[in-house]
Every structure is written in structure tokens, then in C-alpha cells.
Write a protein that binds this ligand. Structure first.
Ligand SMILES: Nc1ncnc2c1ncn2[C@@H]1O[C@H](COP(=O)(O)OP(=O)(O)OP(=O)(O)O)[C@@H](O)[C@H]1O
Ligand SMILES: [Mg+2]
Length: 340
């Protein structure tokens, strides 16, 4: 039994799985392979991509456009969704616009809301918060429908930044609610007795909106920091930069109490492959280089390493390849690992 298999066996209620790592290291492939494995264990599984550029469609050779959940052809209970960033951002922009307008109206500030909305939505973090919101939607709405949801999150800092953002989001909402309470009470205190103030506060649509946003956020946060329900996996290649990114990620994630499921080392050149090449110079050099990086991985991340994926002679495309990756992830251990 591999370490990854043991983890999944020990945590049968693991519902939300995330894959993170530097761009191009194999996050999508790993997410798909974990999702597929989950279906073999009888779990109805949803694989959700929240990347601005989609890749599930090419991984499964299937049209996944439209932003709806579709069953992956050739599987019995694997489902996939590719969230369309453009749609989400547009809807989120409308929502924010509505809030800003309501706020200005409520405060009796007679200015055009347009520029304020533009400022609120014209910043690089906007798309991220929109996607984070969508992720929360999927967690809350599909959480009861699926036994497991695997999120293929965007490259590098995105996944972790989302969590950091969620913390700030919570703080910000808390403050907003407090200040709205104060402002509203001053107004209503003139005409109501004290015990009626809170009731009045809740009648304000903006206020009710903020309170429900905060409740929603807290629900998700509680799930995200529960190690029996959530696990973040970090994917790396045996190369300097991806390893550094994973180390940085793990430090950041731990600071936010996000449970680390483990590290997946992808793209491993096996000793057997090199030997079979009868001393091909390029492969030999690559292999030696890899051994050095694998030593670093073992030294710095050792116990966290839960799975290895060999380097395949071609890209991972189609369900058959995903099945292969899935098998390897749960069985392959490079022969040199114990000698490092
Ligand atoms: N072990 C492997 N052997 C051969 N090709 C691989 C392997 N793992 C991944 N690939 C290929 O490498 C490319 C990148 O993989 P993948 O899309 O899973 O990475 P990613 O981390 O999701 O990338 P991005 O950051 O762009 O989302 C793909 O073309 C994939 O088919
Ligand atoms: Mg990807």
C-alpha cells in the first residue's frame, strides 16, 4: 500500500481535494488521476477546474464547454466541470456593482456609482476573488451531491492566495457588518427602543446580504481547515524551481491552518528506462541531475511525499492515460528512492 493510498484509507470522509504547484508540473493530470481513483473506490466524484485556461477537456478528449457538470464518458461516476472564468467575472462584477449602488443610495451619497464599480473590479485580484466565490459555490452546492470533489486549481500562488484572501475577506466582512450596525442603530435608535434595533438592522437588504456572505464564508473556511474533510496536494517535478514553489506553498498553507495532504513527485525518469537506453548520454545526464533533486526532495519534504508518477514517453491525454497515471500514483515507487 502506498502512502497516498494509506492517507485516503485513513480519511474516508476526505471530501475536498486540491492540487497546487508551479505552472505545468502536472496539477491537472494529478487531479484527474486522484479523481479517477476515487471513483474506483465507489465515490461519486466531481473534478472541477477553476483555471482561466482549461485543460480537462483535452485530458478527457471531451467537450466540457458550457460551464455545466458533465459525466466523463467511459466512466460510471466521474463528473467534470470547467468553470468559465469570463462568465463568473461578469456575474461577479454585476453583483459588486449592485452592492456599491445600494451602499451609495443608502448613505445618501448622490454620485454616479460607475467609477466606484470600475475601481472595485479593475484589479488583478478581482478575477481571483470571483473564482474563489465560484469555488465556494461548488463546495456548498455540490458538497452533498458528491462524495468527493477534486479541484484543479490555477498555477502557483493562486490556490494559497485564495485562502489568504478568504481570511482578509472574513475580516473585512466582519468590520463592514459592525460599522453597518452602528450606522443603522444611530438612525433607528431615534424611533425605536433598543431591542428593536437589531431587528431593524436585519431589514436592511445590504446588511442581510453582508451577513449571509459572512456566514457562507465561515462555513467554507471551517471545511477548508478540517484535515478530515480537506487536503491540499502539491505537485512537483524533480527540478529546482518547482521544488522551491512547493516548499513555499507548504509554509504558506500551514500558516493558514490548511491541511497538507502531501507532495506528488511527477515526471520521474526511472533507472530502468535509462539502463534500457544503453547508455544514451542525454538520458544519463538527466538521470544524474534528477537524483540530486530527488535527494533535496527527500531531505526537505521526505515524509510528505505520498506519490510518484513516472515520466511517460508522451503527453497524458485521454481517459486510458489517466487510468494509467492513477494506477502508477498508487503503486509506483522509484527503485532509487530508498538508496538516496
Ligand atoms: N508524467 C508525465 N509524463 C509525460 N507528460 C506529462 C506527465 N505529467 C504531465 N504531463 C504533460 O505535461 C503537461 C502539463 O501537465 P498538466 O497540464 O497536468 O500540468 P499543470 O500543472 O496542470 O499545468 P498548468 O499550470 O498549465 O495548469 C501536459 O501536456 C501533460 O500531458
Ligand atoms: Mg492545469
Amino acid at each position: 500500500m502506498t502512502s497516498l493510498e494509506r492517507l485516503l484509507a485513513e480519511k474516508p470522509n476526505l471530501k475536498f481535494i486540491f492540487t497546487g504547484g508551479k505552472g505545468g508540473v502536472g496539477k491537472t493530470v494529478s487531479a484527474a488521476a486522484i479523481a479517477y481513483k476515487s471513483t474506483l473506490q465507489g465515490k461519486k466524484t466531481l473534478l472541477a477546474s477553476l483555471n482561466p485556461v482549461h485543460s480537462l477537456a483535452s485530458v478527457f478528449n471531451q467537450d466540457l464547454t458550457g460551464g455545466t457538470i458533465k459525466r466523463v464518458e467511459g466512466t460510471s461516476h466521474l463528473y467534470a466541470i470547467e468553470v468559465d472564468a469570463k462568465d463568473i467575472v461578469e456575474r461577479y462584477r454585476e453583483n459588486i456593482g449592485k452592492r456599491v449602488r445600494e451602499f451609495l443610495k443608502w448613505s445618501d451619497i448622490p454620485v454616479d456609482a460607475g467609477p466606484f464599480v470600475d475601481i472595485a473590479v479593475t484589479n488583478p485580484a478581482f478575477e481571483e476573488s470571483a473564482m474563489f466565490d465560484k469555488m465556494m459555490d461548488i463546495m456548498l452546492q455540490q458538497g452533498s451531491e458528491y462524495d468527493r470533489i477534486v479541484f484543479d486549481t490555477a498555477a502557483v500562488a493562486n490556490a494559497v492566495r485564495l485562502i489568504g484572501l478568504s481570511k482578509i475577506y472574513g475580516l473585512w466582512l466582519g468590520r463592514m457588518i459592525e460599522s453597518r450596525k452602528e450606522a443603522l442603530s444611530m438612525r433607528v435608535q431615534l424611533s425605536f427602543r433598543k431591542e428593536k434595533v437589531m431587528e431593524e438592522v436585519k431589514k436592511d437588504p445590504l446588511m442581510a446580504d453582508l451577513i449571509s456572505m459572512n456566514e457562507r464564508f465561515l462555513k467554507v473556511k471551517n471545511v477548508l481547515i478540517d484535515s478530515n474533510i480537506t487536503a491540499f496536494f502539491f505537485v512537483t517535478l524533480p527540478l529546482a524551481l518547482p521544488i522551491a514553489v512547493v516548499k513555499r506553498f507548504i509554509t504558506m498553507v500551514k500558516a493558514y491552518d490548511i491541511p497538507v495532504g502531501g507532495v506528488i513527485v511527477n515526471g520521474i525518469l526511472s533507472r530502468e528506462t535509462v539502463e534500457a537506453s544503453q547508455g544514451e548520454e542525454y538520458l544519463k545526464n538527466k538521470y544524474e541531475e534528477q537524483i540530486q533533486y530527488m535527494r533535496t526532495i527527500k531531505k526537505d519534504l521526505g515524509d510528505l511525499v505520498r506519490a510518484y508518477i513516472p515520466l511517460y514517453p508522451r503527453e497524458v491525454v485521454g481517459l486510458e492515460m489517466i487510468k494509467k497515471v492513477s494506477e502508477d500514483m498508487f503503486s509506483y515507487v522509484p527503485s532509487f528512492w530508498n538508496e538516496l
